[in-house]
Ligand binder design. Structure first.
Ligand SMILES: [Zn+2]
Length: 139
């Protein structure tokens, strides 16, 4: 478990700001950030801040998960296609699993990801929630 911590800290900035890499050659946007564009092989990529808005591209309902996720079973893990075109894998929150459909508009939120055992170390990161008409007014 301890081996995961440095990686978590290193990725923290990306998680909280939802950054991606945009290729200056072909325009492709990918998450997480990579030094080389998977589309055209160019290394001329720039870091951009993503809008955090998109829609569900595909999804899976998870019923059996590691202990650290126990409190939130079942939950939905989706591939979200962001407005910028990037696909990102994330949990869908604030929704019943049966309400998730392909094409559902979603937006990013930052929530607790998991809590480690003995030391209680908590990792926060992005999840996505449905965008409902009028929802913004209640936030
Ligand atoms: Zn490219």
């Amino acid at each position: 478990m301890a081996l995961q911590l440095p990686r978590d800290w290193r990725l923290q900035a990306q998680r909280y700001r939802l950054l991606g890499a945009k290729c200056r050659g072909c325009g492709r946007v990918v998450v997480p950030i990579r030094p080389v564009c998977p589309g055209c092989g160019s290394d001329d990529v720039e870091t951009i801040k993503l809008s955090g808005r998109g829609e569900v591209y595909s999804y899976t309902v998870m019923y059996k998960v590691p202990d650290s996720f126990e409190r939130s079973v079942p939950y939905v893990v989706a591939l979200v296609r962001l407005e910028e075109g990037a696909l990102i894998s994330a949990q869908i929150t604030d929704v019943e699993p049966e309400e998730v459909v392909v094409g559902l508009p979603v937006e990013v939120v930052f929530r607790q990801w998991r809590q480690y055992g003995a030391d209680g170390h908590i990792v926060y990161g992005y999840k996505f929630r449905p965008v409902m008409p009028g929802m913004a007014a209640t936030q």
